[in-house]
Design a protein around this ligand. Structure first.
Ligand code: ADP
Ligand code: ADP
Length: 221
């Protein structure tokens, strides 16, 4: 589903964020990416999301080259990044294409239901807890039905209870839509619980140090 080949990124200031990074992720597979600060994890996700241009190498999703933001791919950040002047429902619908205007209400309702926030459609972002805001961000990503969901430390700003709750929501979402997921995390437990495979990165330049298959009873099974 996701094919990353020889991906390199050197920033204009000379920082070698990634060098010849290659990884294939199967449809529906969840891969966790771990590694110290500055080893290129965020750069990797931004390149896959088409938010950054690679110096070399390619990213393809379902056979399509990704060079700019693309509906097949959606990235969830550590901070929810909700628009404060839009309601929860409007935030969830923000990424929907004009073509989906007819199904809009239904898609938004479905997205909010899947993150357990059906009653929050008309609230404002500032009325939400950190965990609720991140659930809205997840719903906003889901309604566009991406094939590949990228998550950049999505739960690291949350307390342990809220984090466990959102991990459960994510697993439920996975069980329904089976998106391919790439999850950057500093939480080894989270990687073990959620992922089929863990990729350990090394810095300067960012590349894969080791890949570990997780052969544990899956909580999602
Ligand atoms: P991580 O997410 O693993 O902490 P990053 O991808 O953020 O790593 O950063 C990898 C390297 O690229 C670091 O050396 C960082 O300083 C550099 N870097 C990241 N973003 C930029 C940028 N926009 N401009 C210049 N250098 C950057
Ligand atoms: P946490 O800090 O644990 O993420 P908060 O203490 O911010 O959570 O919020 C706890 C509850 O209070 C949540 O259900 C949230 O919806 C509600 N809440 C927080 N801030 C406001 C607000 N300004 N107006 C209305 N409800 C709020």
């Amino acid at each position: 589903m996701l094919a990353i080949e020889n991906l390199s990124k050197t920033y204009p200031n000379g920082a070698h964020a990634l060098e010849r990074f290659s990884l294939n992720v199967d449809r529906g597979e969840i891969v966790a990416v771990i590694g110290g600060s500055g080893c290129g994890k965020s750069t990797l996700l931004r390149l896959i999301a088409g938010l950054e241009t690679a110096s070399q190498g390619t990213v393809t999703v379902a056979g399509q080259p990704i060079r700019a933001p693309h509906p097949l791919v959606n990235l969830i950040f550590q901070e929810p990044r909700l628009l404060p002047w839009l309601t929860v429902a409007e935030n969830v619908g923000f990424g929907l294409a004009d073509a989906e205007i007819d199904a809009r209400g239904e898609l938004i309702e479905g997205g909010l239901r899947r993150v357990g926030l059906s009653d929050y459609a008309n609230r404002w972002p500032k009325e939400l807890s950190g965990g609720q805001a991140q659930r809205v961000a997840i719903a906003r990503a889901l309604v566009t039905r991406p094939q590949v969901l990228l998550l950049d430390e999505p739960f690291s700003a949350l307390d342990a209870f809220t984090r466990a709750d959102l991990q459960d929501h994510l697993l439920e979402i996975w069980a329904t839509a089976r998106p391919t997921m790439l999850l950057v995390t500093h939480d080894i437990d989270e990687a073990l619980v959620l992922a089929d495979r863990v990729v350990v990165m090394q810095p300067w330049p960012g590349r894969i140090l080791r890949t570990i298959d997780i052969d544990l009873p899956r909580r999602r099974d």
